[in-house]
Design a binder for this molecule. Structure first.
Ligand SMILES: Nc1nc2c(ncn2[C@@H]2O[C@H](COP(=O)(O)OP(=O)(O)OP(=O)(O)O)[C@@H](O)[C@H]2O)c(=O)[nH]1
Ligand SMILES: [Mg+2]
Length: 499
């Protein structure tokens, strides 16, 4: 079966043939072609200090991205997998610059060698972090900034005048919903939307622990806030779903060492009243003079890496019986929401990477051809339009967002089935049909898919269903058809190979 990448390659190839007379155009088209073979690009975007770099470190599993006010946070930085660490810069005048990669214990130090951040177009960091194999994560400067330049760096990168968008998908971080966030998400959607498809976008309610003032019950207030945001009409259609994440806690959990566990254990042995007093604020925790407490430096490191919420949570966990570093890391990770975010990134972006990459590239070719029309270029526009109109997985991700926001009037069982069928638990036919891990024959899989197809098709012709359910059933019907085509394609390949 011809996939979205093949279809995008065909669009690029057709454009290449048409512009064969123009070496600059060919170079631009070749670059687009190469991106189809490259990793999926996911950018973390959001307002200043939304917690982008901290969250990125959590996703990478190492503290590589500079956080806080360091000058590198003002440069778009792409993180790729590489066997050996290296940092390359690209200056605004197009000159490449190799920068030293200084690896400190547990973190990378980026140094700009005396150049100012404004002189850089971007940085490329290669790093042997297993979390980035197959995906390029991109840290971007805050979108609303006191200095216009910083956010325009992000704009230039994400929505350039020429060429493809710098990312195929965006994780947009917000701390609460501001007009500026809505405007940004809408602009991103409008400028990348074509046919059925647009840039992939999910929202993260970031620094979630702070919503509950760092108390142990913080995540309860957060879940309420997320429910409100999921219902917010301004976000419908412009982002696929929204998840709460305490990025600092997640990063702390990913980098938790045995020595951290020992410090938490020693703190947990103190009398609970004493600890309560000590933990009233970060200032109190850091400044209390007591020889039996860990040194000030160690305490400052804990606050820096886990936040007060993380320390409170770790102490509660150790008191509750958690008795080794691995178990504690797991508990903190679960509470941070980072695992759930990874799952959402996997379902919404990684499993749909072919469609997302193809969309970025076909959109770029479409714009390219329209900006430089030549005889015959209309045909390329039609090809690109057809490609983008047929992108079914975008309808699926939008439906997943509507299911998560509980906007459908379906029973819980049917909503679960629908979520699975449209790829919410994984993209393979087995995951979609809910039989992953079971040994079903090809015929049994096909029968099951046909059964689902008939059921959803019946809903599409039922005059009593509301419009929202009708649209959902139409999407499910198309998903079932795609599953059937995939299963039949497998059968065909098997018969070609074996007999
Ligand atoms: N309590 C808490 N603090 C956080 C969290 N995530 C980040 N922070 C803190 O917020 C500050 C800013 O974090 P960064 O990760 O640098 O934010 P950013 O969005 O990358 O900032 P810019 O790149 O400068 O726009 C740092 O002091 C972090 O320690 C979180 O989940 N909880
Ligand atoms: Mg940053």
């Amino acid at each position: 079966m011809r996939g979205p990448l093949d279809s995008a390659r065909a669009v690029v190839a057709a454009a290449r043939r048409l512009y064969a007379f123009d070496p600059t155009a060919i170079a631009e088209l070749d670059e687009l072609d190469r991106r189809l073979d490259g990793p999926l690009r996911i950018a973390l975007v959001g307002s200043v200090k939304a917690g982008k770099s901290t969250l990125l470190n959590g996703l990478l599993g190492e503290r590589i991205a500079p956080t806080d006010a360091r000058e590198c946070t003002r440069i778009v930085t792409r993180y790729h997998y590489g066997a050996t660490p290296s940092v390359r810069g690209l200056l605004t005048d197009g000159t490449p610059a190799l920068l030293p990669a200084q690896r400190q214990p547990g973190r990378l130090e980026l140094a700009l060698q005396g150049l100012s951040p404004d002189e850089f177009e971007r940085l490329d960091v290669s790093w042997p972090a297993p979390g980035i194999q197959g995906v390029t994560f991109i840290d971007t400067p805050g979108t609303i900034s006191v200095t216009e330049d910083v956010s325009s760096q992000t704009d230039r990168f994400l929505l350039p005048e020429h060429g493809a968008t710098g990312a195929d998908a965006v994780v947009y971080l917000l701390r609460s919903l501001h007009d500026s966030d809505v405007r940004y998400l809408q602009t991103l959607h409008d400028r990348t939307r074509h046919g059925n498809a647009a840039i992939g976008a999910i929202a993260v309610l970031s620094r979630a622990d702070e919503l509950g003032a760092g108390r142990l019950t913080a995540m309860v207030s957060v879940n309420e806030a997320v429910e409100r945001l999921r219902d917010h009409p301004a976000l419908h259609g412009v982002c696929e779903t929204i998840v709460p994440v305490a990025g600092l806690l997640g990063t702390g959990a990913m980098t938790l060492r045995q020595s951290d566990f020992s410090v938490f254990r020693s703190l947990a042995t103190r009398h609970p009243d004493e600890t309560r007093q000590l933990m009233i604020s970060a200032e109190r925790f850091l400044a209390t003079p007591d020889d039996e407490l860990p040194s000030e430096r160690v305490r400052a490191d804990l606050v820096d890496r886990f936040g007060m919420y993380g320390i409170r949570l770790a102490l509660a966990a150790v008191r509750g019986g958690v008795d080794d570093a691995g178990e504690l890391a797991e508990e903190l990770l679960r509470r941070s929401g980072l695992e759930e975010l990874r799952r959402v990134i996997d379902v919404h972006f990684v499993q749909r990477q072919s469609e997302l990459k193809a969309h970025s590239i076909v959109l770029a070719v479409h714009r390219f051809v329209r900006s430089r029309p030549v005889p015959g270029s209309d045909e390329i526009v039609v090809m690109a339009d057809e490609h983008m109109a047929g992108a079914h997985t975008f309808a699926e991700t939008r439906l997943l967002g509507r299911i998560a926001a509980r906007r459908l009037h379906l029973s819980a069982d049917l909503a679960d089935e629908l979520e699975r069928l449209v790829g919410g638990h994984g993209g393979s036919p087995e995951c979609r049909l809910g039989v992953d891990g079971q040994e079903l024959s090809a015929q049994e899989l096909l029968d099951l898919a046909i059964h689902h197809l008939q059921r959803w098709r019946e809903l599409t012709v039922n005059p009593l269903v509301d419009h929202e359910t009708y649209r959902a059933a139409k999407t499910a019907e198309r998903s079932c058809e795609t599953i059937i085509v995939t299963l039949m394609g497998r059968e065909h390949r098997a018969s070609v190979t074996f007999g």
